[in-house]
Design a protein around this ligand. Structure first.
Ligand code: M6R
Length: 587
């Protein structure tokens, strides 16, 4: 996710402050960064691909400057490289931009007809040129910015420097957040509070279409009539850590709390609007799903739903296996690659191989512009936003959502809209239950089992992975009916067994299997959407019953939170579990 920071002040240390602001925004995720600063009445720009450390090596921190804007870019339009990274400069203007200018193609046409030329593939360079284009007619910066707010469609937060007025820094926004922060003899702009916290905790929230004109002593905010408006100054009461975690103790918890809106955003993208750059699924007579870890687990759920409801055979395999085996696909096969990061080496290698064989590919990806997104013929983005905790939660839920949507699309089912709109509240209610008391019952155990049948088995696999990766407790998921063929020998007095049952056609069978382990002393945590009162469980977690197409989206929430609470009681490094990386770019 992109980040903006900017500074204007009398202290001449604009470069250091903006670079620090960029570092404070690193947590948002980015793939390149850049800075523009004034020196001797000229604007200089330095940009680098990759980590901010690369940029730090290229910037001369000794240069005195009183005006600078900086940016961390998370690629959307055009690959992550130096040319596409911000700031962008066209004639008299230099800008940094968060968001997407949706009508940039139309604007580009107009600019090309007016002899503008472009170096990058970004919508931002077009926006910058368009500001310059309007300014040539208006010859007034405020009027120009006000005019472009009526022309640009989409979302934007812009930090703007104009060569004709290097005594002021300008900013404007629509939808993408932007704050104006107040210091002594210096003022700042930023996309988020963390960027300015080392310098000040006082800030103003810029509203949509408002324009800020800032110098070392003054902050002027203009409305759309170009009248000055008075804004309330807010004070952020907290530390840098708390500002980026939004008050949550861990990123994982914060990300679980974001799940209702992640579901809403993902659904809104694909159900209420038009499907863009996605395949005509009905054209294929079989699907393959290839992924790793949790993304593979969503693939299993996807297979279950698509086979059961759309009657299309689906083959699912982990990427590290798929890559080296003989796969049966042809022109009627669509191969789907699921990945949060879009950079997982095994997944990417499979994608390249399948592409070489001339087979259609679809990437279900969270990180926009990532390798899997770029290499896939079709892309469906999950709308989870930047996920920081190594253990995926909200991105996993967004992947489940995409598979539910694909299934609904395949069977042309539009009947679930009421239920869909209730899901965010149901997730929220589940999040707010007490899992700590459950975790207290199991956190000291050395082995914890998850069991389920059908779709519940696939969710058990994810529940088990979540638990082991962050709490370091050995945990295995089994098909409930398979236990008696071996695993049951591991059950002793008080061995925790988390049993999931949401499919009422299989409940009786699952209960029989639960009773088998209960008879051998297991401590049963029963996760169900059914109204069963019995003595075969020790703890029951009730989840609301919804259509099977949406049920996994609810079932997974308690499993994620049990893992979280168990890891917390064990004082584990929840967001950065040992030996694991967020993006696995090696084979
Ligand atoms: O970025 P990807 O979705 O391709 O990553 C795949 C796995 O490495 C990932 O899901 C991993 O299993 C997570 N740590 C699970 O929480």
């Amino acid at each position: 996710m992109c980040g903006i920071t900017g500074y204007i002040g009398k202290n001449n240390n604009a470069i250091k402050i903006v670079m620090h602001g960029l570092e404070a925004l690193e947590y948002r995720g980015y793939d390149s960064s850049g800075i523009a600063y004034t020196n001797d009445n000229k604007v200089n720009i330095t940009k680098e691909k990759g980590k901010i450390n690369n940029l730090k090596k290229s910037v001369d921190f000794n240069i005195k400057s009183n005006l600078a804007i900086g940016h961390t870019r998370w690629a959307t339009h055009g690959e992550p490289n130096k040319v596409n990274s911000h700031p962008h400069s066209v004639n008299k203007f230099t800008i940094v931009h968060n968001g997407i200018i949706e009508n940039y193609i139309e604007l580009k046409e107009e600019l090309l007809n007016n002899n503008y030329v472009f170096k990058s593939s970004t919508d931002t360079e077009i926006a910058c040129a368009y500001i310059d284009f309007i300014y040539k007619k208006e010859k007034d910066i405020l009027k120009t910015l006000n005019q472009v707010t009526k022309i640009f469609r989409g979302s934007y937060a812009l930090g703007i420097i104009c060569n004709d007025d290097l005594d002021n820094l300008y900013a404007v926004r629509k939808t993408s957040p932007l704050i104006i922060a107040q210091g002594k003899d210096e003022n700042y702009i930023a996309s988020d509070v963390p960027a300015i916290l080392k310098c000040t905790n006082k800030y103003i929230l810029l509203d949509d279409f408002q324009i800020a004109k800032i110098n070392s002593d003054n902050i002027e905010i203009y409305n759309q009539k170009l009248e000055l408006v008075t804004k309330e100054t807010l004070e952020f009461d907290g530390t840098y850590e708390s500002s980026i975690k939004n008050g949550f103790e861990h990123f994982m918890l914060k990300e679980i709390h974001e799940e209702p809106s992640v579901f809403r955003n993902t659904v809104n993208t694909y159900l209420n609007k038009n499907f863009k750059n996605i395949p005509n699924f009905s054209k294929y007579n079989n699907l393959h799903i290839v992924a790793c870890g949790s993304a593979y687990h969503t693939g299993l759920v996807g297979k279950y739903l698509i086979e059961k409801y759309a009657n299309i055979p689906v083959y699912v395999e982990v990427a590290s296996e798929y890559r080296y085996k003989h796969n049966f696909y042809d022109k009627q096969t669509l191969v789907i690659f699921v990945s949060q990061s879009g950079e997982t080496a095994d997944t990417l290698a499979c994608l390249k191989k399948v592409k070489e064989d001339g087979i259609d590919t679809l990437g279900i990806v969270n990180v926009v512009g990532s390798s899997v997104a770029r290499e896939s013929k079709y892309v469906m983005y999950t709308k989870a936003g930047c996920e920081i905790a190594v253990a995926t939660t909200k991105a996993y839920l967004a992947q489940l959502t995409v598979f539910s949507i694909i299934t609904m699309y395949l069977i042309n089912d539009k009947s679930l809209s009421n239920e869909i709109s209730s899901i965010p509240t149901l997730i929220d209610n589940l999040i707010n239950k007490d899992y700590k008391s459950i975790a207290k019952e199991i956190y000291k155990d050395k082995n914890i089992f998850f069991i389920g049948r059908g779709i519940d088995y696939f969710l058990s696999m994810e529940g088990s992975l979540k638990l082991k990766e962050i709490s370091y407790i050995n945990s295995v998921a089994y098909q409930a009916g398979e236990l008696k063929h071996g695993t049951i020998s591991l059950i002793e007095k008080n061995t925790p067994v988390i049993a999931i049952s949401t499919d009422n056609t299989l409940t009786e069978k699952t209960i029989s299997n639960i009773k088998e382990v209960k008879a051998r002393g297991a401590k049963i945590i029963f996760v169900t959407n059914q109204n069963i009162i019995d003595n075969f469980y020790d703890i029951k977690i009730d989840i609301p019953k919804v259509s099977e197409l949406l049920q996994p989206i609810l079932t997974i929430v308690p499993l994620q939170l049990i893992a979280y609470e168990v890891a917390k009681l064990n004082k584990c490094d929840i967001d950065k579990p040992r030996n694991l990386a967020k993006s696995v770019t090696v084979e």
